[in-house]
Design a protein around this ligand. Sequence first.
Ligand SMILES: [Mg+2]
Length: 251
Amino acid sequence: MLILVTNDDGIHSPGIVALAQSLSTVGDVVVVAPDRERSAIGHSLTLHAPLRADEIRPGFFAISGTPTDCVNLGIHGLLSVKPDLVVSGINRGGNMGDDLTYSGTVAAAMEATLMGVPAFAISLESPTFRLEDFTVAAQFAAGLAQTVHSRGLPLDTFLNVNVPVGKLAAVQLTRQGKRRYSDKVEKKIDPRGRAYYWIGVGELGFEDVPGTDFHAVSNGSVSITPLHLDLTNFRSFDELSTWDFNLQQAE
Ligand SMILES: [Mg+2]
């Protein structure tokens, strides 16, 4: 099994090092990852600048682009054969609920799915992010890689995995939960007297609903949410089909 490993925390993050090491016990691993932190970059693709690939050690390519660029470049440019699996992570911090579209970690798995390669994203929810925390999640990733490879994923589906720290209680199939975002924007004044702002600084909460990713992880279980790329809200069709969309065109 050939496994392409990427992330959004950058190629030097402990999460990707632990992941690559663990996955190398179950397959051949090539790491193609951003040369720096690219968290919260979402599904961004670099179309108006050149990309550089620097092989910093054998099988480790540092890319001057986004996680989505890395998957693209890995599959179409750097690897001589298509990988059997793409694994993205292990992200420093959970990627759950409404946060998923911000996540570069999740977007990399999304991109692999678009290219017809089975994929999962894996993130660690931890207050400390010690190396041993990543080891447990990395071991879980190796087992899951083997399962995905032998069973195959359902059509157009990839997995979003979130792992808590400590002894794992169970593995649960979950749905996306709901975030409670803080409205807080921090305003400061720079040394030249101009205002600047920080977003995303407030306390983040979540709705603690059984069956969700947040609930599983907060109760010590590994959460596996099967995702697909179709964002269509089919439940809204009945209501919206009663609207008069008022098509007006010049004669
Ligand atoms: Mg990250």
